[in-house]
Structures are given as structure tokens and as C-alpha cells.
Design a protein around this ligand. Structure first.
Ligand code: SAM
Length: 220
């Protein structure tokens, strides 16, 4: 089936270009053991995130949606020694698992997890003048994406990269009758039409086709 083919291609590419090491394997194992949902980025997408940090020379990164810290480990590894990732997570239970996974990977110094609704955390970041960030990764509740994009703009400088996961969702974003993808469709339209941004969606495969939205802030 197509699903099998996509899975096999993803595995082939990941085995070659993004083989798991001990810390990443342990992070996934411990997340599963703790009963966290297995909705982390794929190994290849993790590698892409890592490379985007490296290529952009980012020092300050922001993540919305930590889960077990799998993507956070990729970000933190790509940051320079004095770099910092702030990652926002609603569930204390997820944050706890993530802290352990990040600690095991030897990256605790570079990562700060803030627990609570991302909306409040983002407002706090703006209020306290903790921006701008060099790179912002949106990967939390899909309903929040349009709002998270607005906050991200307020935490950006010219050149900031704003990334949004799950921009295609197996094609459901194209179906105006699918309520679960309504906010993602709105997010895509906002990204595409905002003259302050230069953006695209990079299709990615797993067991279905999804995508990473990549936007460069021209003028916040
Ligand atoms: N970035 C992670 C990775 O690839 O390893 C995966 C993140 S997972 C798709 C989404 C996370 O967002 C979940 O852990 C969920 O608890 C969190 N989340 C959901 N709603 C949130 C909110 N309003 N504020 C902050 N985090 C939220």
C-alpha cells in the first residue's frame, strides 16, 4: 500500500542520514514508557531542524510544544555552547520526561522548559522583553497555530526563522469540511499572505504526507 511505501522510504532515508544515537533512542524509549503520545517529529525532520539551526547560526531558539524533548534535543545539539532553547509545554508530566531526556543527553544547560499554556508563556516572553529569537518552532495544539504565529512575529527580528510542523496533515488541510484542520489551513494562509514573511511548506513523509512550514521574517 502507499502507506507502507511511505513508511519504508522514510525508514530508508532516516537509517542512512539520521541514524539514532543513544540519547535519541533513550528519549523515545523513555517517552513511550511514560505513556506519552508518540507524536514527536520524525528522525529526518529532527535532522532538518538541527540543520536549520546550524545554517541560520541561531543562538536563541524557542519551541512551542516540548512533549518528551525529542525535537528539543536536536535543537539544543545544534546551538553553540552559549546558545539557549526555551521550550513551552502545557503538561507538567511531559515536561518532567523531557527534562530527564535532555539531562541524559547532556544538554540541560542549554534548555529551559516552561510549563503552562503557551499563550501565557508567550505573552510573558513579550512582556519581559525576552525576544527576539533567531528561530521559533511551532509544534503544539493545532488550534493555537494562528495565534502562536502572531506571538512569534512579536518575538522576531528581521531574519528570524518561524517553523510550523504538520502543515499538510495527509492532505486534510485542503478539505474545507475537516474541522480538525481548519486552524492549520488558516495558519498556512496567514503565512503565505503576510507580506512581512517569505514562506513555503516543505512536504515531508512519514506514514503519510505531512509538511514543515518554513518562514523567514522580513520585517517583524
Ligand atoms: N516538538 C515535540 C517533538 O517533536 O518531540 C512534539 C510536540 S507534541 C506534537 C505537542 C505538545 O504540545 C504536547 O506535548 C502537548 O502537551 C503540548 N501542548 C498542547 N497544547 C499546548 C498549549 N496550549 N501550550 C503549550 N503546550 C501545549
Amino acid at each position: 500500500s502507499t502507506r507502507e511505501l511511505l513508511k519504508n522510504i522514510d525508514a530508508y532515508v532516516a537509517d542512512l542520514y539520521a541514524p539514532a544515537d543513544e540519547a535519541l533512542t533513550a528519549a523515545l524509549r523513555e517517552s513511550e514508557r511514560a505513556g506519552l503520545p508518540q507524536i514527536n517529529v520524525s528522525a529526518s525532520e529532527g535532522k532538518l531542524l538541527q540543520m536549520l539551526v546550524e545554517i541560520s547560526g541561531s543562538r536563541r531558539a524557542l519551541e512551542i510544544g516540548t512533549l518528551g524533548g525529542y525535537s528539543a534535543i536536536h535543537f539544543a545539539r545544534a546551538l553553540p555552547d552559549d546558545g539557549r532553547l526555551i521550550s513551552l509545554e502545557l503538561e507538567e508530566r511531559h515536561a518532567e520526561v523531557a527534562r530527564r531526556n535532555i539531562e541524559r543527553a547532556g544538554l540541560s544547560e542549554r534548555v529551559e522548559i516552561r510549563v503552562g499554556d503557551a499563550r501565557d508563556a508567550l505573552a510573558g516572553l513579550v512582556e519581559n522583553g525576552e525576544g527576539p529569537f533567531d528561530l521559533i518552532f511551532i509544534d503544539a495544539d493545532k488550534e493555537g497555530y494562528p495565534e502562536y504565529l502572531d506571538w512569534s512575529m512579536r518575538l522576531s527580528r528581521p531574519g528570524t526563522l518561524i517553523l510550523g510542523d504538520n502543515a499538510i496533515r495527509g492532505g486534510s488541510v485542503m478539505d474545507p469540511d475537516d474541522p480538525s484542520s481548519r486552524a492549520m489551513r488558516e495558519f498556512n494562509e496567514k503565512l503565505a499572505k503576510d507580506p512581512r514573511l517569505s514562506a513555503l511548506v516543505l512536504p515531508l513523509i512519514r506514514d503519510r504526507i505531512d509538511g514543515l512550514a518554513i518562514a523567514r521574517v522580513l520585517e517583524p
